[in-house]
Design a protein. Structure first.
Length: 131
């Protein structure tokens, strides 16, 4: 990831809110924040450097049945829901930095999540007792 000075300054200014929200995956957070703020993204399909995948990596390549099962377990034990909630909380805290369109999208997504899981038992299973 290559950032211009404005993007780097935005990330530096918002780092405290991201840390308060407990953002787990910094690369995904950087993408969410900068996209939401209207930054220009250029995807280069050619590798600039090669990434060495470790056997115990938390993320990364998802090849094989074992990795598929691991991802399913993350859905079942609500880790993905927790990550989404943390990212959404941080984006909400700094919504004034988002474009109007992306601010509206974040609000709609948040509202959809609230309506989608209006049954307390389902909401508790997906989001945990704290939400």
């Amino acid at each position: 990831m290559v950032l211009d000075p404005a993007a780097a300054a935005l990330l530096q200014a918002t780092a405290p809110a991201a840390m308060r929200a407990g953002i787990n995956h910094h690369d995904w957070w950087i993408y969410l924040l900068l996209s939401g703020a209207g930054a220009v993204k250029i995807n280069d399909d050619g590798p600039g450097l090669y990434y060495r995948q470790h056997k115990k990596n938390h993320g990364g390549a998802n090849r094989g049945l074992g990795k598929a099962w691991s991802r399913f377990a993350m859905i079942w034990d609500r880790r993905y829901a927790d990550w989404i909630g943390r990212n959404l909380a941080a984006l909400t805290e700094m919504s004034d930095l988002l474009t109007p369109e992306n601010r509206a999208r974040a609000a709609l997504f948040s509202a959809w999540l609230s309506r989608r899981h209006s049954c307390p038992r389902i909401r508790s299973r997906i989001w945990g007792a704290r939400n």
